[in-house]
Design a binder for this molecule. Structure first.
Ligand code: ADP
Ligand code: ASP
Ligand code: MG
Length: 456
């Protein structure tokens, strides 16, 4: 068995879904279980509808609901056999009626809880998985739809739920694995439900995570993540388009890259895969012939110390200084307690004797954090920053990587530097406006010559 996950762009239209059917058909002998994201930008649209509802913009959310229904109906009809169209219309009616009721309810209450956000955003994957299963049958690929909420069991942390592994694996083994012996199972990514049956989600980009949970649960031989790029590249192509494909990378490296912003993989994806030692492949659904990136336990020796560069934009740098706290124990604890109380997570940290610099990617509660910190320290915050993180197992064995980085950056102002305890990354912060130039300069320094065993 293998798991094949197709992201939003890979199922964005009838044409894209037809392409996916072809890709799956070519691998039918490996008994694929297919996990799909919502079609195109549906999740963003659902969240926009929810926001229009609490803002009391009735005409707006009604219009957006109609657009979303038209979009699904138009694309789905093109991949549905004539005989099934009446059923398709009925299913779409049911889903959109329910969704509309939900949205209206939120408009009345005027409050959007994490639980209701999950209820609304779940419709993307609920619809896409149903449509893709119909389409597969239409294209001669016997398929069966499984509602992921019946198998992926999570805790109650709505919008960021974590899977309850033992129960989820049990259900996957009992229901999905036997079905996959007969037909192509199609499931929605991202969604699950709590033990008491309330719909939950694994967080944005979470369909990759679903694929990996399913892969581990059914003990698949491989987990394939099909997306819109040729694999893990040496940089995010939207930041720097001149990067190269990384052919092979370790679990630890991939996890680090994902954590520091390589959106091509949800950061939790590697966890279940590592545990059951299942390789993860990143592949391009528009160019299925490209071999992509293989993420596995093996580390292929590389002449290049750096494998790839992750970056994360919209970062706020927080500088905390306190001369009174000079060498006092408990200073860091006090700082982290404040961040903890406000559920604000910290990505990167650097300390000196009297100051601490750290980065935050969600500034929603930063004002409150700052107010509390100011009871015992001076605080300054700088939005509009970016984290750049070089990742490679060889960084720790190669002298002079840091010198190489800062030599390459010339006039670019580096705000904060941190080498992770894992020793496989070197991260720093620059102003967002310098990000593209930074990544380009690092490419000239670290990827001018490429080890053909690792890079394409
Ligand atoms: P999907 O909808 O298939 O899950 P995503 O948009 O979540 O796709 O992830 C794919 C995107 O990740 C790419 O289009 C690219 O812009 C971005 N990305 C960020 N860092 C990298 C990287 N190092 N290599 C490849 N893609 C990256
Ligand atoms: N549809 C969800 C999102 O947009 C999950 C995913 O695509 O991975 O975040
Ligand atoms: Mg994604």
């Amino acid at each position: 068995m293998i798991v094949m996950k197709f992201g939003g762009t890979s199922v964005e239209s009838a044409q894209a879904i037809e392409r996916v059917a072809g890709i799956v058909k070519a691998r039918q002998g490996r008994r694929p279980v297919v996990v799909v994201s919502a079609m195109g930008k549906t999740t963003n649209k659902l969240l926009a509808i929810a926001n229009a509802a609490i803002a009391g913009q009735r005409d707006e959310y009604i219009r957006q609901l109609h657009d979303l229904r038209d979009f699904h109906s138009r694309e789905a009809r093109l991949v549905t056999p004539l005989a099934e169209r009446a059923v398709l219309d009925m299913v779409l009616d049911e889903h959109f009626q329910e969704l509309t009721e939900l949205v209206k309810g939120i408009a009345v209450i005027g409050e959007l809880t994490p639980r209701s956000i999950d209820a609304i955003s779940s419709y993307g994957e609920r619809l896409s998985s149903y449509v893709v299963a119909l389409a597969f049958n239409h294209f001669g690929l016997p398929a069966v739809h499984v509602d992921s909420r019946k198998v992926i069991v999570t805790d109650h942390r709505h919008t960021q739920a974590a899977p309850l592994y033992a129960e989820t694996y049990r259900r996957l083994e009992e229901t999905v694995a036997p079905l996959a012996a007969e037909k192509v199972v199609v499931m929605g990514g991202f969604i699950g439900s709590t033990e008491d049956g309330v719909t939950s989600t694994l967080g944005r980009g979470g369909s990759d995570f679903t694929a990996s949970i399913v892969g581990a649960g059914i003990r698949a031989e491989e987990i394939q993540i099909w997306t819109d790029v040729d694999g893990m590249l040496t940089a995010d192509p939207t930041v720097y388009p001149g990067g190269h494909r990384v052919k092979t990378i370790s679990f630890a490296e991939a996890a680090e890259l994902a954590y520091f912003g390589a959106k091509v993989l949800h950061p939790a994806t590697v966890i279940p895969a590592v545990e059951r030692d299942i390789p993860v492949l990143i592949l391009n659904s528009r160019r299925p012939e490209v071999p992509g990136t293989r993420i596995s336990r093996d580390t292929v020796p590389s002449k290049n110390p750096v494998k790839s560069i992750a970056c994360k934009k919209k970062i706020t740098l927080v500088n905390i200084t306190s001369s009174r706290m000079f060498m006092a124990h408990g200073f860091l604890r006090r700082i982290f307690e404040v961040f903890d109380r406000h559920e604000t997570s910290v990505d990167m940290l650097a300390t000196s004797e009297v100051s601490v610099s750290l980065t935050v990617d969600n500034p929603a509660r930063l004002d409150a954090v700052r107010l509390e910190l100011e009871e015992f320290a001076e605080v300054s915050t700088e939005p509009g920053q970016a984290i750049v993180c070089l990742v490679g197992e060889n960084i720790r064995y190669t002298p002079g990587v840091a010198a190489g980085v800062f030599g390459a950056l010339g006039g670019i102002n580096v705000r904060m530097v941190s080498q992770g305890a894992s020793l496989l990354n070197l991260g720093f912060v620059v102003d967002e406006k310098d990000l593209a130039a930074t990544v380009e300069a690092l490419h000239s320094r670290f990827f001018a010559e490429l080890d053909p065993a690792v890079f394409d």
